[in-house]
Design a protein around this ligand. Structure first.
Ligand SMILES: Cc1ncc(COP(=O)(O)O)c(C=O)c1O
Ligand SMILES: Nc1ccccc1C(=O)C[C@H](N)C(=O)O
Length: 418
């Protein structure tokens, strides 16, 4: 069967195909950047509107109305917990990756003369690195000696052997991404946690590129803490409120940063100057929840529940496999830097090209939205709104752009956001 017929057949069989209708796709484009900012669904639009109406109708009464904002983060966290294999007490929707990671590292990182290192990897997302650096500086730890970055042999992937080798007796915290944001490599969280715990090391993960596209078992795997954002595969909207996971075994820990929304709800309005921590991850919240940036998440989560995270992962593996096959066939000179086995990667495919930037730019002019990081082009077919046929179209366009060097007529000057 040729590649197009295969795509049409897969679209026909696709159990998730009905979800596409739910999403607003800008200007009829083929939208392949759901790993950066997911699309707005009707369901999310509606849940945002509901909160606006509550504000309109009740003013401050909204905090305790039928859908009380006072408990909104906790209610949504309850809905979220199954996607991460967490108990509802272990997660809280709050803050951003950056602020939640500050909270987690400040809480867990208690360097001693024997155990003072933080291990991460040299491919990490910049904000994670800034957090680790600033937290270590706060403890006056010399970054040269204390912050260890696992090296990548090819600039795209990490090996388990290197990760394991980095876990020594002087390491306090190991912090890694679940999926590397450039290459899309998925790390084996369970195995890494097991290994690190055996050496007495606390382990945290940045789940930005796996949440909403891959099932997790954070509780069972024993992950100590994790952070993520909800504007990618979850489709919670630009700057959507993020998330923090704190394993049950750490619930007695005192948050390094305390705020009044981390208080036990019954005590919060006693206005006492003594902090009575809420049970579980909720105790790590800071100030007033950003209700308008939580609101779309209600609708987004309902869609994910209907679709089922296992079905999402199955489609994601299948559609990215298809993308790999067709790239290899049509553009054999391109290097795919993502792992070729679906089990070892997240929801996107990364390819390299010296002209990555200009290629991604011209694709946008053909209404194919992809992005570029350095010499990498990332293509992310979101399982809820991308079809196999679109993958076929996108790769065919890519082939034409490369064969005919159509990018040459574009400026090399980078836009502020690539
Ligand atoms: C892996 C990873 N970490 C962190 C961030 C950003 O963190 P924040 O949501 O705090 O801006 C992103 C994307 O922006 C990311 O891809
Ligand atoms: N938060 C953003 C704001 C503006 C533009 C992009 C982002 C991204 O999320 C980028 C993404 N994290 C990435 O994997 O590169």
């Amino acid at each position: 069967m040729d590649y197009l017929s295969y795509a049409l057949k897969q679209d026909d069989l696709d159990r998730l195909k009905e979800f596409k209708k739910q999403f607003h796709c800008p200007d009829g484009s083929r939208y392949f950047v759901g790993n950066s900012l997911g699309l707005l669904s009707e369901s999310a639009e509606q849940s945002l509107e509901e909160v606006l109406i509550e504000w309109k109708d009740h003013g401050i009464g909204g905090w305790l109305s039928d859908n009380p904002w006072y408990y909104f983060s906790e209610k949504l966290s309850e809905k979220f917990a199954p996607f991460l294999g967490a108990d509802k007490s272990e997660i809280i929707l709050t803050g951003s990756i950056t602020s939640n990671l500050h909270q987690a590292i400040a809480t867990f990182y208690q360097p001693t003369s024997k155990r003072f290192k933080i291990v991460t990897d040299e491919l990490s997302f910049p904000t994670d690195m800034y957090v680790l650096q600033s937290q270590m500086q706060h403890h006056n730890v010399d970054l040269e000696k204390g912050l260890k970055k696992i090296k990548s042999h090819d600039g795209f992937l990490l090996t388990e052997e290197d990760i394991f080798k980095s876990i020594k007796d002087d390491v306090a915290i190991l912090f890694l991404p679940s999926v590397i944001y450039t290459s899309g490599q998925l790390l084996n969280i369970k195995k890494i946690v097991e290994y690190a715990h055996a050496k007495g090391v606390t382990v945290g993960f940045d789940l930005a590129h796996s949440v909403g596209v891959i099932p997790h078992q954070l509780h069972e795997w024993g992950v100590d803490f994790a952070v993520w954002c909800n504007y990618k595969y979850i489709n919670g909207g630009p700057g959507a409120v993020g998330g923090l996971f704190i394993h049950e075994r750490h619930h007695e820990k005192e948050p390094a940063f305390k705020g009044w929304f981390g208080c036990d709800k019954q005590q919060q309005f006693n206005m006492s100057h003594t902090f009575y921590k809420a049970k579980g991850a909720g105790g790590f919240q800071l100030g007033t929840p950003h209700i308008l940036s939580l609101a779309p998440l209600k609708g987004s989560l309902e869609l994910l529940e209907q679709a089922g995270i296992e079905n999402i992962r199955l489609k994601s593996m299948k559609i990215t496999d298809y993308m790999v096959d067709i790239i290899k066939e049509l553009i054999p000179e391109l290097t795919i830097v993502s792992p070729l086995l679906a089990n070892n990667r997240g929801g996107h495919i990364a390819i390299t090209h010296d002209e990555a930037y200009r290629i991604s730019k011209i694709m946008r002019d053909y209404k194919v939205i992809v992005d570029c990081r350095g010499n990498i082009i990332r293509l992310s077919p979101h399982p809820l709104y991308c079809s196999f046929r679109e993958v076929w179209e996108v790769v065919n366009l890519l082939q034409r752009i490369i064969d005919e060097e159509l990018y040459l007529k574009y400026e090399k000057k980078l836009d502020i956001i690539t």
